[in-house]
Design a protein around this ligand. Structure first.
Ligand SMILES: Nc1nc2c(c(=O)[nH]1)N[C@H]1C(S)=C(S)[C@@H](COP(=O)(O)OP(=O)(O)OC[C@H]3O[C@@H](n4cnc5c(=O)[nH]c(N)nc54)[C@H](O)[C@@H]3O)O[C@H]1N2
Ligand SMILES: Nc1nc2c(c(=O)[nH]1)N[C@H]1C(S)=C(S)[C@@H](COP(=O)(O)OP(=O)(O)OC[C@H]3O[C@@H](n4cnc5c(=O)[nH]c(N)nc54)[C@H](O)[C@@H]3O)O[C@H]1N2
Ligand code: SF4
Ligand SMILES: [Mo]
Length: 685
């Protein structure tokens, strides 16, 4: 690139393992190229196909350009309005509702993972600045796994994923990095080059499974039974690390007694696996020095998810595979996100974290909306969230949303959620705004600086919040304590402390303009064995779990997944060329896309008289969708697979809580993968 280009630094702020550092090339005020930033130690100058296609995302013809108002909700009759008009209408409603109810509780926020940049927390900050409001709380994504770590380790920490390189045995347990965490793949290859054995355990023969040395097709949701069977074998084979157990753990005897009480045949029948393959895995773990398990997020989105992870944690602790090079459990961390979070802390006088939120279960949001009373919810603010594709209970949600008096959605596109709103406000992309973006996976952070002018009239979430706070205070002095007069630079400045700077090896956040920086976190999680549990040890037996109404030890509930009537478990895995509901509209990426497909094992298909390539109806009490039936040996016979990128799939899914999640996120997680469906051929359509 010649010097006529302005080069700017960026981070992809999507809810993605990689949080890639990027370089934007701008000429004549137009972004003309996006590449990876080689200064990022983990992503190493590479992007994924979505990342390389950011230009068509930023300049997409469907991007929202102006604030718009809809005549009647869902009518599709939109009129352009000015920012002033939009802010006036919104603030007028906020104040009117306050006057009607004497509180802001009838105003609710639903925000999740559309953008993980820290300035986007200004939205929560604005809500905190009003006193009491209602808020969707919880996580549809990862919380039962986080809780499992809290019970066993006292916290969730992640080794640097680069540790993959040093493992002798890598178990990819329900994770599909070839699609969902592409930057980890070079480290898996490096491990392979060094002689590691890679085992994938997944009900689907995924792109990742195809690259592994060993593949285990497990019945979905039964991994706890498998982990306990492996643990039992390892005990029998004298594969315990007695020293680690004695020094660093508590409650092993209770766990051991539990293992002894379990019958191997029943465990194996439960997960549908042969003893031979289990012996092979147990032997590989014992013979190799270091085993590293990567547990995916999809793994724990079922009713046994948290307990199944606790069983794996126990398996790893009893073999001493914790806190040493090339071993341990990779899942996720929040430590790299430890900013001051000051942007959320301008609480209204008399309010704080404890008393300013009336929480509504994010995963059971429809019911929450219905039941919220005194006062009821009347206005909804949606930001970084496409709840009308990503949430369960779609039909009920749609119905209840229609009862609200005002819905405002801030987004870059007219999503299904935006289409059911009264006002949509256009959001900037990460090439148009300042931000700092951390990662829940690797140990790096980076900066977003504006490369280009805002797309038409789009604004960042923070800019919108400032307009709201300013107008509210003009009309009602002191209504919001959000400091709208502060500059964006001020807000960034306040997120850093001297300690954070020191850890990053910089003296000012602007130093990130020279390249992303590594956060000063240990390369190996728990190397110090300073577990953060009440006992200070790894807890096979957790009093805390018991107190929260859970089994105190890793525990498997048998046949909790059994259902009769010929129904199948519906798995909705994350797709390769989209990021949840984002990037579906990039033609380049979607050109391979055929009809919407349901994959089914040929034996199940024959039993149910479903011809290959026929149209089928997939249904349950929640609804019905029509899909093309494709026979595939790659999916377990007990399940069918529809990619999560199918816009309508959550019409079949109602709220089912995972077994954990409350400790880390406030509510149980969402057991998307514990949904049962029937399937029938409908011939040609
Ligand atoms: N059936 C099924 N459902 C699932 C899942 C599944 O596996 N199966 N997975 C679940 C999981 S793991 C997750 S994390 C959730 C994800 O659900 P969401 O958090 O809703 O995720 P996204 O679809 O990525 O993003 C939501 C919206 O944010 C918008 N956005 C992007 N940048 C900005 C911005 O700067 N400002 C604003 N205001 N908006 C922005 C995007 O355009 C998009 O419309 O879905 C869950 N839903
Ligand atoms: N390309 C792309 N990347 C993404 C995303 C995306 O949508 N697209 N989404 C991002 C987000 S929000 C998330 S949460 C992550 C998700 O990242 P992953 O967890 O890697 O992805 P999933 O597809 O949710 O699930 C991974 C695998 O778990 C398997 N699985 C499901 N149930 C079970 C089970 O009971 N046992 C076992 N052993 N395996 C099971 C599925 O078959 C699937 O192959 O990826 C992130 N990265
Ligand atoms: S979607 Fe993920 S892998 Fe792709 S550019 Fe963004 S952060 Fe990187
Ligand atoms: Mo997620």
């Amino acid at each position: 690139m010649d010097k006529n280009y302005k080069i700017t630094r960026h981070v992809c702020p999507r809810n993605c393992y990689s949080s890639c550092a990027m370089l934007g090339y701008t000429r004549n005020r137009k972004l003309v190229k996006v590449t990876g930033d080689k200064k990022h130690g983990y992503t190493n100058g590479k992007l994924c196909p979505k990342g390389y296609n950011y230009l068509s995302h930023v300049y997409h013809p469907d991007r929202l350009k102006y604030p718009m108002i809809q005549n009647k909700r869902g009518s599709g009759e939109w009129n352009r309005i000015s920012w002033d008009e939009a802010i006036d209408i919104i603030c007028d409603k906020i104040i009117e509702l306050y006057d009607r109810f004497g509180t802001n509780l009838s105003l609710a926020l639903n925000k999740y993972s559309g953008n993980f940049g820290i300035l986007h927390n200004s939205v929560e900050g604005f809500f905190n600045s009003l006193g009491q409001t209602s808020r969707a709380v919880g996580s549809p994504c990862w919380s039962s796994g986080l809780d499992a770590s809290v019970y066993d380790f006292g916290n969730y920490k992640n080794s640097e994923p680069e540790q993959l390189c040093y493992a002798d045995t890598i178990i990819l347990w329900g994770s599909n990095p070839v699609w969902t965490s592409i930057h980890s793949v070079p480290y898996l290859y490096e491990a392979k080059r060094r002689g590691a054995t890679i085992i994938t355990i997944d009900p689907v023969y995924t792109a990742t499974a195809k690259k592994s040395d060993m593949y285990v097709q497990i019945k979905p949701g039964t991994d706890g039974a498998m982990a306990l069977a492996l643990a039992k074998m390892i005990v029998e084979k004298n594969g315990l690390d007695e020293n680690f157990i004695r020094k660093y753990t508590t409650g092993f005897e209770v766990f051991l007694n539990y293992l002894k009480s379990l019958e191997m045949d029943i465990l194996l029948r439960e997960c549908g696996l042969e003893k031979g393959i289990m012996e092979k895995i147990a032997d590989t773990m014992i013979q190799g020095k270091n085993t590293l398990v990567w547990i995916g997020f999809g793994f724990q989105r079922n009713i046994n998810g948290g307990q199944n992870i606790r069983s794996i944690n126990a398996l790893m602790a009893m073999t001493g595979n914790i806190g040493k090079k090339g071993s341990g459990i990779l899942y996720a961390q929040k430590a790299g996100m430890n900013f001051t979070n000051s942007i959320t802390k301008y609480f209204h006088p008399g309010f704080n974290e404890e008393n300013s939120v009336r929480s509504i279960h994010m995963n059971d949001f429809a019911k929450g909306l219905k039941e919220a009373n005194d006062p009821p919810i009347k206005m909804l603010w949606v930001s970084c969230r496409n709840l009308l594709t990503q949430n369960p209970d779609q039909k009920l949600l749609e119905k209840l949303l229609l009862n609200l008096e005002l819905i405002v959605t801030v987004d870059q596109f007219l999503t299904p959620t935006a289409k059911l709103s009264d006002i949509v406000l256009p959001a900037k992309t990460n090439f148009e705004e300042w931000d700092i973006v951390p990662s829940y996976w690797h140990h790096w952070i980076g900066i977003n600086e504006p490369a280009i002018e805002p797309f038409y009239e789009s604004k960042s979430d923070l800019e919108i919040i400032r307009l709201l706070a300013k107008k509210l205070n003009e009309w009602r002095p002191g209504f919001s304590t959000f400091p709208h007069e502060k500059s964006i630079e001020d807000f960034i400045e306040e997120e850093f402390t001297d300690d954070i700077y020191q850890g990053l090896g910089i003296t000012n956040w602007r130093d990130l303009l020279d390249g992303p920086k590594r956060v000063n976190l240990p390369e190996i999680a728990w190397e110090d064995k300073a577990f953060e549990t009440p006992s200070g040890k790894f807890e096979f037996y957790s009093e805390r779990a018991l107190k929260n109404g859970k089994a105190p030890i890793a525990n498997y509930t048998f046949s909790s997944l059994g259902k009769d009537g010929g129904q199948f478990l519906l798995l909705t895995n994350h797709g390769q060329f989209n990021l949840n509901s984002q990037f579906h509209n990039l033609d380049l990426l979607q050109k391979e896309k055929k009809e919407p497909i349901v994959y089914i094992h040929p034996s199940s298909a024959s039993r149910n008289k479903l011809a290959n390539d026929s149209w089928v109806s997939v249904f349950n009490d929640n609804g019905e969708i029509k899909l093309k039936c494709v026979w595939s040996h790659e999916v377990h016979p007990s399940m069918i697979l529809v990619q999560a990128d199918h816009n309508l799939i959550n019409r079949l899914i109602s709220f089912t809580p995972t077994d954990m999640g409350e400790v880390s996120s406030g509510y149980e997680g969402m057991a998307f993968n514990s949904t049962y469906v029937s399937i029938e051929e409908i011939g040609n359509i």
